[in-house]
Write a protein that binds this ligand. Structure first.
Ligand SMILES: [Zn+2]
Length: 94
């Protein structure tokens, strides 16, 4: 039956496109989620804010101060380290 044949061809094409679209979206979403996380992580400068310290901090929740300096420095000293860091970056940017 020509009509049915045509319909099933259309349907086939539709299903194929749909499947392709779903696969593309799934890949894009998975990919961008992975990339997004990675990109966000790269944007954050995780280095410890203490001058000369090469350790990685645990991020914004810890004020970008590494474990060693969290123990070594008082909150005020940590804040001073952050301030100095920010100042340095501002100078570099300007
Ligand atoms: Zn440190």
């Amino acid at each position: 039956m020509p009509t049915n044949h045509r319909l099933s061809t259309l349907l086939d094409r539709f299903v194929t496109q749909l499947a392709g679209e779903i696969a593309t979206r799934a890949r894009r979403e998975l990919g961008s989620a992975g990339l997004g996380k990675r990109a966000a992580r790269q944007k954050l400068d995780m280095r410890c804010r203490v001058d000369g310290c090469k350790n990685r901090s645990r991020g914004p929740r810890f004020g970008y101060i590494c474990d060693v300096h969290q123990e070594k420095l008082s909150k005020r000293q940590q804040q001073a380290a952050r301030d100095a860091w920010n100042e340095k970056r501002d100078v570099r940017r300007a």
